[in-house]
Ligand binder design. Structure first.
Ligand SMILES: Nc1nc2c(ncn2[C@@H]2O[C@H](COP(=O)(O)OP(=O)(O)OP(=O)(O)O)[C@@H](O)[C@H]2O)c(=O)[nH]1
Ligand SMILES: [Mg+2]
Length: 489
């Protein structure tokens, strides 16, 4: 690919940054861990539970350096980047443990530095600095746009919006689009209306009934301080297959703004954050897709392929080999596994593995090690057997959050109930066999769906030991072992 001027400037900046980081890492071994996932995937809860476990004596039998007693202690220290908000750890812990509530939604990037004192296997004392970076998965899914022209993006987005169940949600935007002539003079009002209707369509796709994942550009749904700016005031147009945008046309205006989005939003994210990560965990709320239906699961698969593409894109396109992204381990984690009986945990993992394996096969190559886990950063449930007629159903016990509904019952947030959330099939392939594979909210009434996952409150904890209560979890230690176990040898 020929480098343009923007890329060359970018390369110079990246090089300077990489040299600084290199010097730093040399004297002070550091792992920069990216934690990402689409909104509500469980990023904040994951980081809070991980840090709480490491600093306050969690139970991590599968995290080898910890289980064998080689970790002497972990503590928080001021983070290295002054311009990035600090992850609000203390508040999140208080909410989880004292208020038994889930932390509020977070929309920006944030960072936290954890320093781990440990003993090497040969007996020497060392420290490892773990910089944890929490950023929205929506930003990650923007990276592929770096390699796409406005025309390509336009035609792909339109194609997607004509498929089920998106087409129905895109009706208003499509109707407006049909009134536009891309070659006509540029028109601010047309751009504004188009961008608004396009954003409404993206928002409708994200609704829990549909739970679509692949919705770039990410900032359209979380604009932050860019709300209303031209870099966010564009939308796809129905364009001819050939030709270029006439000067002064609506087409040219949209294309210009699309390019502005790349330089104002995507490139800085790539340079300042993504390119500096060493390890990555991608949190996936597969249960939201099961709730919604087979189309949501197919969409999730496409989004995971898109995410893998990002890691490959980082390597193969922008800039020289020397300063390309250095992520060498990627963990895909299905979160909230505590909504399922343990007999289904391996099956949840199998579903995610099936999804990721296909995506890996499609990505031309990534030289990072990839693994998959089903986990619950905070386990909000216990297990029980429900007797229904002669059948014993593997169920879970928990306190549904205030206002959660099951059938005709509305929960008050204090009553513990046993529920049967639905069984995952032995063979994950069965879930992917087309539209009729299972019934979800996108096509069936709530009482007719195959899966129903209630939202539970965080667990009631017993106080124990000098460090206070440990948060129960599922397989969080396995995630830790894969993500940093090798750096603590
Ligand atoms: N039972 C259970 N629920 C969880 C767990 N992790 C997350 N949740 C639920 O998922 C919701 C979202 O979790 P967050 O950690 O806030 O997700 P996030 O990815 O940070 O979301 P945004 O900040 O909105 O992007 C929480 O409010 C909980 O309801 C878990 O381990 N167990
Ligand atoms: Mg969050």
């Amino acid at each position: 690919m020929a480098l343009n001027f923007a890329d060359i400037v970018e390369e110079a900046r990246l090089s300077a940054r990489a040299l600084l980081d290199y010097g730093d890492h040399f004297f002070n071994p550091t792992v920069r861990l990216g934690v990402t996932g689409l909104s509500r995937a469980g990023k904040t809860v994951f980081i809070t539970a991980l840090v709480h476990g490491l600093t306050r004596g969690g139970r991590f039998p599968v995290f080898e350096p910890y289980a064998t007693g080689r970790i002497a202690g972990s503590r928080l220290e001021p983070q290295p980047d002054d311009a990035v908000p600090r992850f609000d750890y203390e508040n999140h812990v208080r909410t989880l443990i004292e208020a038994r509530g889930w932390p509020n939604s977070t929309v920006d990037i944030s960072e936290l530095r954890l320093v781990i004192d440990y003993q090497r296997q040969n007996g020497a004392d060392r420290t490892l600095t773990l910089d944890i970076v929490d950023y929205p998965g929506e930003w990650l899914l923007d990276l592929p746009l770096l390699n796409k022209s406005y025309e390509q993006w336009s035609s792909e987005s339109l194609g997607l919006s004509r498929q089920r169940p998106r087409a129905k949600l895109a009706e208003q935007w499509h109707a407006h689009l049909a009134t536009l002539n891309a070659q006509a003079r540029e028109d601010e009002q047309a751009a504004l209306t188009s961008a608004k209707l396009f954003t409404d369509y993206l928002r409708a796709c994200r609704d829990e009934r549909f739970a679509m994942s692949l919705l770039p550009p990410g900032r359209f749904l979380m604009p932050g301080n860019l709300a209303g700016s031209p870099a966010l005031t564009f939308a796809p147009l129905d364009l001819p297959n050939e030709g270029t945008a006439p000067e002064g046309s609506l087409w040219a205006m949209m294309a210009r703004r699309y390019e502005a989005y790349k330089s104002v939003v995507i490139r800085p994210f790539f340079r300042d954050h993504f390119s500096r990560l060493d390890r990555q965990i991608v949190l996936v709320d597969a249960l939201a897709a099961f709730n919604a239906g087979p189309e949501a699961l197919a969409d999730l698969e496409a989004a995971l392929a898109g995410i893998l593409d990002c890691f490959r894109i980082g390597r193969s396109t922008i800039l020289s080999n020397l300063f390309r992204p250095r992520i060498d381990r990627i963990l895909f984690a299905a979160t909230k596994a505590d909504h399922l009986h343990h007999s289904s945990h391996d099956r949840l993992e199998a579903v995610l593995r099936r999804t990721v394996v296909k995506a890996v096969a499609r990505a031309e190559y990534t030289d990072a090690a990839i693994d998959v886990v089903a986990l619950a950063a905070v386990r909000a449930t216990r297990e029980a057997q429900l007797q229904r007629g002669r059948e014993k159903l593997p169920s879970i016990l928990g306190t549904p959050a205030t206002g959660e509904i099951a059938g005709t019952e509305v929960f008050d947030g204090n009553t513990e109930v046993a529920t049967f959330p639905g069984d995952l099939p032995d063979d994950p392939e069965k879930l992917f066999n087309g539209e009729a594979a299972f019934a979800g909210l996108s096509s069936a009434a709530a009482e007719k769906t195959d899966f129903r996952f209630l939202r539970f409150r965080p667990p009631q904890l017993e106080r124990e030991g000098p460090d206070g209560p440990a948060l129960p979890h599922i397989r969080l230690d396995r995630a830790l072992q894969f993500l940093i176990g090798d750096r603590l040898q």
